[in-house]
Design a protein around this ligand. Structure first.
Ligand SMILES: NC(=O)C1=CN([C@@H]2O[C@H](COP(=O)(O)OP(=O)(O)OC[C@H]3O[C@@H](n4cnc5c(N)ncnc54)[C@H](OP(=O)(O)O)[C@@H]3O)[C@@H](O)[C@H]2O)C=CC1
Ligand SMILES: O=C(OP(=O)(O)O)[C@H](O)COP(=O)(O)O
Length: 339
């Protein structure tokens, strides 16, 4: 069994912990928090040993009735691999710790590519992650872009990509974040970080991205254009999406035209936490003007990177022969079939 520690049990960390716990070849040896919270109670309830960043805060947890197993260093010492899901900018500070204890580590998209020197997306570059000490799983939007761009590029060669990301303002629990009543250009400058980030996984892709944030909490929406070198039809693209284990189609017959309806759909499907791990591509938006492909896709920010983290663990631990095997194992353990 691969011993996995999750340093930072928040939006991403708690989902990665549950996904790891579901895998037949992995176990969660600990998760971490800095302060007592609802998530800390849940960690206890789920039976994940809870470690804390500063051991002198242990009485605070115990007074709240939360059991503490030890400090983060003790957790790291027991792990084969650490998934660092601390907030962006904190993870990089933990690198020295992972080096000191000679443990493998995975960072998230809130950190720069340089933290690991290697950026990951399962269906794009699994082979290159094999055996590595450090890896960074790219951000939720970048993951969604990489999946579709790589799949279309393999079949029809992508000449140029233009993408606009309409991003959720905050995660559902982040009551102090906004915007409440604005469309915020984030950033004003072009490109947004997503284009260069895609190139950290797919260096050959010519891509420019723009991004803004809006007052919603569930999912981002991408307006995506790809100029292709070879002739392709709408049916070809639909076929690529249907064959991909991490991409799904929102079919016209569902009547779904929004992220709100997708949330209802995910809940009705019985997905844990309404998580949509797959790119949700609107089938009726897929179309061509000449050799230029257009589509809309919704990306669930809290979920798509979770399955990628599980595959990154397997690749770095040499736990599966190839990407297809790992992706299938991950999906099956979660009972996940793309829509
Ligand atoms: N949320 C999203 O939609 C996505 C986030 N990401 C990336 O994932 C990473 C994590 O983001 P997210 O899950 O949203 O963040 P959250 O703020 O939800 O969770 C971060 C967790 O880290 C804990 N933490 C903070 N400091 C430390 C520390 N020094 N040692 C151990 N634990 C610590 C916090 O605990 P406590 O509350 O006790 O302080 C909290 O549980 C970021 O890089 C982000 O950019 C990537 C894709 C999507
Ligand atoms: O990885 C994400 O978005 P991103 O791909 O736009 O950087 C997550 O939604 C986190 O974004 P945040 O930095 O707005 O919390």
């Amino acid at each position: 069994m691969i011993k996995v520690a999750i340093n930072g049990y928040g939006t991403i960390g708690k989902r990665v912990a549950d996904a790891v716990a579901a895998q037949p070849d992995m176990e969660v040896i600990g998760v971490s928090k800095t302060k007592p919270s609802a998530e800390a109670f849940i960690a206890n309830q789920r039976g994940y040993p809870l470690y804390i960043a500063e051991i002198n805060r242990k009485p605070l947890f115990e007074e709240a009735g939360i059991e503490v197993a030890g400090d983060v260093i003790e957790m790291i010492k027991q792990a084969d691999i650490v998934v660092d899901a601390t907030p962006g900018g904190i993870g990089v500070k933990n690198k020295k710790l992972y080096e000191l204890h000679d443990v493998k580590a995975i960072w998230q998209g809130g950190e720069d590519h340089e933290v690991a020197g290697f950026s990951f997306c399962s269906s794009c570059n699994y082979e290159e992650a094999k055996g590595r000490q450090f890896t960074r799983v790219v951000s939720c939007n970048t993951t969604g872009l990489c999946r579709i761009i790589h799949a279309v590029d393999e079949a029809f060669r992508v000449k140029r990509v233009r993408a606009t990301m309409v991003r959720r303002g905050s995660d559902p629990g982040e009551v102090k974040k906004g915007p409440v009543d604005a469309i915020v250009l984030n950033p004003v400058e072009i490109p947004s970080h997503h284009g260069p980030d895609v190139q950290s996984v797919l260096p050959q892709i010519n891509i420019t991205t723009m991004a803004m944030i809006v007052p919603t909490t569930f999912m981002h929406m991408h307006a995506l254009q790809m100029e292709l070198e070879k002739e392709a039809t709408k049916e070809d693209i639909i076929g690529i999406i249907e064959a991909h284990p991490r991409m799904g189609l929102v079919r016209g017959a569902t009547g779904i035209k929004s992220t709100a309806e997708l949330k209802e759909f995910a809940q009705d499907m019985g997905r844990q936490r309404a998580d949509l791990y797959e790119n949700c591509i609107f089938a009726d938006s897929v179309g061509f003007v000449g050799k230029e492909l257009f589509l809309f896709q919704a990306i669930h920010q809290e979920a798509d990177v979770v399955v990628e983290n599980v595959d990154a663990i397997r690749a770095m631990m040499n736990g599966a022969a190839d990407a297809a095997t790992s992706i299938q194992m991950t999906n099956e353990a979660l009972g996940f079939h793309a829509i």
